[in-house]
Write a protein that binds this ligand. Structure first.
Ligand code: F6P
Length: 550
């Protein structure tokens, strides 16, 4: 039976109509409600009092969690059950940050032991590169790293790199080193990555779970050509290493598997930043001692997620309200608004985590779903977003938002004579925006300011626009970054579990790849043998002819 046929679902649907009569302007005046709609864990305060919701809504959402067997599904994931049914795989990114000595078994093997063996190998390798013991082909230390990968083999590592870059301890550890990411197959990305780099001092890390992704393989060959052209074929052994589950592919490419860091098929690409995918480039840049707290932060949220009742469970609450907003209140978009410049790559990373996971059309049983799943995620750090798309958030469409802020800055600064420090200035905006969205401004209030009648409607803010406020203790440390990552990974899982979909496959990305292959063959044949364009529809045929100048 589809969950949409359950009493819990139907009751929530009727409740969604009833909630329209409660404006957040009034709901926020209730101190008891404000107190009740806050949950705190692991140094994170989640205030969900600006959701279009009452205590009754929370109760009904918890009923839905019960109906969807959310607890059992979470436990199955942590246990290593093969919940990714269309690929017959376990989903165990939580094992990547489990402490040494923990036990999670897949096919009779304790995968946590394997995880720690790879982490130790990364520690040894990154220490040797960072200390200069591992030298390049001409005897120079390797100070620059280009990490080649795309999708999950890029977005998570770049998100964490940006988050750590200005943490004072990480910045110190990274002195004299550079880390860059090459993802796009666009040669412009190659040119930008290589700007100012010297092959003699550059290490290339090829990151690809499958080691077959077209963009990554071409970029890897392009950088191999760059290295070999300058340093000769022997340089590959010292200047190229790989991260993959496909060690045969690594060998065929010409990299000694001894210089490869493995992971496992139970790590989904978009959930792989805590594997060698993220840990190799990050440890090279910051050292393993700075990366470990990131893994520990993620693990702290894993435990919280597994062990805490849903009414106080941060990822569960985020996920439940995500479903409430997107499915029941029919608001398909979601804005991620970190008031922290170092989180500038949070939204692009969570875009893949969430949209590749939950943008599905059928349930686990293969039947078309009677409701849409997934959300359209976008975001930008505050205050930049305020001067860009917030106009639409305030007076245009209703877009549920997550505001994320920190009690301290990674890089505090004050200007003499200013009323507040620069971080306080940032945070003044952080606290103001959720209320502006929720409370708004009535025509009466605008009129009372003496605004000319014809301008009044333009200056009215309807309000009643939902948001979460996430306030984190301290500054954005590696540990806090790990916590945020796990929070959003599990939020996505909760939503998928409630919708009854497989959040861990991604068949939707395949068709475009197949068609690109056909176009690639055509381009090659036309360029090399002047072959006529054929086998495409009239529109594509005309476009290809124009492109080829045919
Ligand atoms: O875009 C599809 C995808 O398969 C993602 O899921 C994955 O993160 C990305 O391609 C890269 O894949 P790989 O790590 O195998 O190169």
């Amino acid at each position: 039976m589809s969950i949409a046929a359950s009493t819990a679902w139907k009751t929530l649907s009727s409740h969604a109509e009833a909630i329209a009569s409660h404006h957040l302007r009034d709901l926020l005046n209730d101190p008891g409600r404000c107190r009740a709609m806050v949950a705190e864990a692991e140094g994170i305060t989640l205030d969900f009092s600006r959701q279009n919701a009452t205590a009754e809504t929370v109760k009904l959402l918890l009923d839905l969690a019960e109906e969807a067997k959310l607890r059992a599904k979470i436990e199955a994931m942590f246990r290593g059950d093969r919940i990714n049914t269309t690929e017959d795989r376990a989903v165990l990114h939580v094992a990547l940050r489990a402490p040494q000595g923990a036990s999670i078994t897949v096919d009779g093997v304790n995968v946590v032991d394997e995880v720690h063996t790879v982490l130790e190998k990364i520690r040894g390798f990154s220490d040797r590169v960072r200390s200069g013991e591992w030298k390049g082909a001409t005897g120079k230390p390797l100070t620059d790293v280009v990490s080649i990968g795309i999708g999950g083999s890029y977005l998570g590592p770049e998100f964490v790199h940006e988050a750590l870059r200005t943490d004072p301890y990480c910045a110190q550890a990274a002195q004299g080193r550079r880390l860059r990411f090459l993802a796009n197959v666009d040669p412009i990305d190659v040119a930008r990555n290589l700007e100012g780099l010297n092959p003699e001092t550059t290490l290339v890390v090829i990151v690809s779970k499958t080691f077959t992704t077209a963009e990554t393989m071409l970029n890897a060959k392009t950088l191999r050509q760059w290295l070999v052209g300058s340093l000769g074929p022997e340089s590959v052994a010292k200047h190229m290493v790989a991260v993959s589950t496909n060690l045969d592919g690594v060998r065929d490419f010409g990299i000694d598997p001894a210089n490869a860091f493995g992971f496992w098929d139970w790590v989904g690409g978009r959930y792989s930043v805590c594997s060698a995918v993220g840990v190799v480039p990050l440890a090279l840049q910051y050292g393993m001692d700075r990366v470990e707290p990131f893994l520990e932060g993620a693990h702290a949220i894993d435990r919280h997620f597994l062990e805490t009742p849903f009414e106080r469970n941060l990822p569960a609450l985020l996920g439940l309200f995500g479903v409430w907003n997107s499915t029941f209140l029919q608001r398909p978009d979601r804005a991620l608004l970190p008031y922290c410049q170092a989180l500038l790559k949070l939204a692009p990373h969570i875009q893949q985590v969430d949209m590749e996971s939950n943008g599905k059309r059928v349930g686990l049983d293969g039947h078309a779903l009677p409701y849409p799943t997934g959300e359209v995620d976008f975001g930008e750090p505050g205050t930049n977003g305020q001067h860009s798309f917030y106009q639409l958030l305030h007076q245009g469409r209703v877009v549920p938002a997550d505001f994320i802020g920190f009690t301290r800055s990674q890089t505090p600064v004050s200007v003499e004579g200013e009323a507040v420090s620069n971080h306080d200035e940032l945070m003044a905006n952080f606290f103001a925006q959720p209320d502006a969205l929720a409370v708004g401004k009535t025509a009466e209030e605008v009129e009372a300011e003496g605004v000319p009648a014809e301008l009044v409607p333009h200056k009215v803010f309807p309000g009643n626009r939902p948001s979460n406020v996430l306030l984190l203790d301290g500054w954005l440390t590696p540990e806090a970054c790990g916590k945020l990552l796990a929070l959003y990974e599990h939020r996505t899982a909760v939503q998928g579990f409630l919708w009854g979909i497989n959040s861990f496959d991604q068949w939707g990305v395949e068709l475009g790849k197949v068609l690109a292959k056909q176009v690639r063959s055509q381009l090659s044949a036309s360029r090399k043998e002047s072959a006529q364009v054929e086998g495409f529809n009239p529109s594509t045929t005309a476009l290809l002819r124009k492109y080829l100048g045919a």
